[in-house]
Design a protein. Structure first.
Lengths: 266, 266
DNA sequence: AACGATTGTCTCTTACAAGAGACGTATGTA
DNA sequence: TACATACGTCTCTTGTAAGAGACAATCGTT
């Protein structure tokens, strides 16, 4: 009957200031939590379940869902009493993309890069303190390594994470990394100092390669995209089999850095 | 100094029930209005301007924008005091797309169709009582007719509109069409009865062609996409030069109907 | 048929957010 | 230098929406 897995998440994410108690919540916040929750579950969910998952009062949840459905941000899913994201969100999202040069061009670059190399390619950004895959294009390998857009992963697990944090001072980095983030899926633990060293190293070399972190079979190559001199706004990355030769890896890194540089503003 | 152009819009759109007065507004509603407003303006906008545009109190608007920015639904735009849609909306939008077969497959069909024919192709749906371009792929003509995703147009102006309303009875149709919707951009007025006849005709023939409605240079071909027997969920359409020969038009309609049928469920 | 669990709607209370407005600052322009 | 507008933050009040809980209707299970 316990829940609260998703709770801690956004509670911390959105400017973790005060927590007076657990009295009345503002409707808007509840609504935002609903959206986050759906984003986490990635599928339609019953309203009762939703209320339980957010531990929000049932009556309130019904009201809010009704309003959000009315506004088109949510839709009732096929069978009748489940809800998921609505068309409006798609439209808003497309509007965001249209207004965002980096994203629009980045998506294209990623698509062509994965077509050219045959490897899985991704565009990544920092989103509320977490590493986020903003766009990904699967490679052409028989067993391709693919990951969904919008997926959020702890920063220390990835090569991109190391680049995205380059330029931040130690305090800010520590603030962004939780204890759990340093534990890899297979149970190994990353040393915080090593991680911070990696970040510094990535900062000067201008790229980053990690091997067998999220899983044992892949290597991750990343290069920074700058939105202003020194400001890393995003990364482009390639996910390749871990047994890729050093030579090919080198070639891919060079290509990747070139494309990422093309995306950069200054 | 007048504003309120956008006001009427959503006021009517979202279940136009009560209007007690103009007393206090719920925060969530205000937030939804902000999103709608940004969707209408299609560009970043100052907070003051936003408050004026929605005629919402300034202090409230500041608070809400701060919360929405914090949640990532909005972002402060480049220069500093303007806001627009945020990354979160993009991520939610992509999640919607992933979970929506029709949309995902529809986008692909539209892209290939426009590549094959060289004409502008679109996927359209009914969204809160209005005709909405959900995805569009520009043709390869030198002067191509393109329109943005998310654009909303009065139903009577389009071929798709006639199909999307097929299956609804006269009362429901009348309820969806406002006086202004019947007036074309060039000032001509469409007769409501003619429009309803067109709908009935489109329903039986299974496609619809209109000429020179939104502008004088284009013809619009549309075919229905069914989500269940008799239920039209969307339309695929082609926008071609008005002087396209009858023969080619016929070919295109046949192709279009085929592709739309492929998208349909039953 | 009797049971518990879940769903959707409704009513009523009160804690609290929406809003009015004052304030200090940063503009631009006469 | 004054003047008029816009910006961003703060305080205080009160109208109202969040929430507790009761209710009837459906389930699936024994």
């Amino acid at each position: 009957m316990q829940d609260g897995e998703a709770l801690t998440e956004w509670q911390a994410a959105s400017s973790d200031e005060e927590r007076p108690a657990n009295s009345r919540e503002k409707g808007l916040n509840r609504a935002l939590h609903i959206l986050e929750f759906l984003h986490a579950t990635q599928r339609a969910i019953g309203i009762g379940e939703l209320a339980k998952g957010l531990n929000a009062p049932r009556s309130t949840t019904y009201t809010l869902v009704r309003e959000l459905v009315g506004a088109g941000l949510l839709e009732m899913a096929g069978d009748g009493n489940r809800v998921y994201f609505g068309k409006k969100l798609y439209l808003y999202g497309m509007a965001y993309m249209r207004g965002n040069d980096l994203l629009r061009r980045g998506r294209q670059e990623v698509d062509t890069l994965s077509r050219e190399t045959g490897e899985t390619s991704e565009l990544c950004m920092l989103q509320s303190g977490r590493y986020t895959i903003v766009h990904s294009s699967p490679g052409t390998r028989p067993f391709r390594i693919s990951s969904a857009t919008g997926l959020q992963i702890p920063l220390p697990w990835t090569a991109s994470g190391r680049l995205l944090l380059a330029g931040l001072d130690r305090n800010r980095i520590e603030a962004m990394i939780s204890r759990d983030d340093l534990v890899l899926p297979d149970g190994r633990k990353i040393d915080l100092d090593d991680f911070i060293d990696d970040i510094a190293k990535a900062r000067v070399t201008g790229y980053c390669v990690t091997s067998g972190l999220v899983d044992a079979y892949t290597k991750c190559l990343a290069a920074p995209v700058f939105s202003a001199p020194g400001k890393i706004e995003a990364t482009m990355c390639l996910v390749v089999p871990i047994d890729t030769s050093d030579e090919r890896t080198g070639e891919l890194v060079a290509l990747l850095r070139d494309r990422a540089a093309r995306l950069s503003i200054p």
